[in-house]
Write a protein that binds this ligand. Structure first.
Ligand code: C2E
Ligand code: MG
Ligand code: MG
Ligand code: MG
Length: 272
């Protein structure tokens, strides 16, 4: 009986694996089409200064509106784009479109900086640095108005290579942020070598701060550590007024989250 069950499991596994692979291939082809058909677009989420309450920056977040399946989460399609090398094409287009948007808004008088996410694969791309340089030159966006976000795990994967690319980006005059901080295992010493400007505390650490003393204590120590090495601190995933107040009292510099503003199309955030 055990044998029959075992065989059954294998059969089940084969079928679901094949289905998953077919689904992935279909998604990959759909993503290729999406790039050409303009189904990918940037949403913008406000980043708020906790002392003044003003919006000081926006984070560009990639959105895919699929013609049949509707909105597909970047958590689902970015890993796919990374496997198929599409990420470099998508990433460059994202840089082009968002720097153009922000340069225009700044010319209209909005004093905002732009945050753009970079994935691991983009850090490996030799065309990344020239692409950033081109985006800035073509749009006239000041380099200091652009902050590139790299996740902690991407930075820790190949530290030597990452440090080198970040130094080249830094040389262009752009700012650098470590994203999802706390989810990897980087040390203070490793972070110091990277000449970063901003540290974003991962949402998972913010979720419980209003209820749990331990959670608040962890955030307190992250803020102290970041400030000690001269980094600006942004709290991610702020969902309540209590969290805003607490973060302000802890000396956190900026915050981002549904309570302060969801990611929305440019026209909705900035006006037409
Ligand atoms: P991230 O850079 O850490 O972005 C923050 C994520 O948290 C976004 O998810 C945002 O919509 C979500 N978020 C913001 N405030 C709240 C909140 O109060 N509560 C909750 N529950 N979530 C909140 P999103 O847009 O689904 O993006 C997920 C991840 O995909 C991003 O995490 C980033 O790593 C990646 N990503 C997004 N756009 C790009 C892109 O253009 N290029 C690359 N390479 N990665 C991107
Ligand atoms: Mg980010
Ligand atoms: Mg994050
Ligand atoms: Mg994230």
């Amino acid at each position: 009986q055990a044998k029959a069950l075992g065989r059954g499991r294998h059969h089940f596994f084969d079928v679901s694996l094949r289905e998953r692979m077919q689904r992935r291939l279909r998604m990959e082809q759909d993503l290729r089409d999406a790039v050409h058909d303009g189904q990918l677009w940037p949403a913008y989420q406000p980043v708020v200064d906790l002392r003044t309450g003003e919006m000081v920056a926006v984070e560009a977040l990639l959105r895919w509106t699929h013609p049949r399946h509707g909105a597909i989460s970047p958590a689902e399609f970015i890993p796919l784009a990374e496997e198929s090398d599409l990420i470099n094409v998508i990433g460059k287009e994202m840089l082009r479109a968002t720097t153009r948007e922000l340069a225009e808004r700044r010319r209209q008088g909005l004093d905002l900086t732009l945050k753009v996410n970079l994935s691991t694969r983009q850090l490996d791309d030799p065309h990344l640095v020239p692409a950033v340089q081109d985006a800035l030159a073509n749009t006239g966006l000041a380099p200091s108005a652009l902050c590139l976000e790299v996740t902690e795990s991407a930075l820790m994967r190949d530290q030597e290579a990452a440090a080198e690319v970040l130094a080249s980006l830094r040389a262009l005059g752009v700012l650098l942020a470590i994203d999802d901080f706390g989810t990897g295992y980087s040390s203070l010493a490793q972070l110091r070598r990277l000449t970063l400007d901003t540290l974003k505390i991962d949402r998972s650490f913010i979720t419980g701060i209003a209820e749990s003393r331990d959670a608040a204590a962890i955030v307190t120590s992250i803020i102290a550590m970041a400030h000690a090495v001269g980094l600006t601190v942004i709290a991610e995933g702020v969902e309540s007024a209590e969290q805003v107040e607490l973060l302000r009292s802890l000396g956190c510099d900026q915050a981002q989250g549904y309570h302060l503003g969801r990611p929305v199309p440019a026209a909705e955030l900035f006006g037409q």
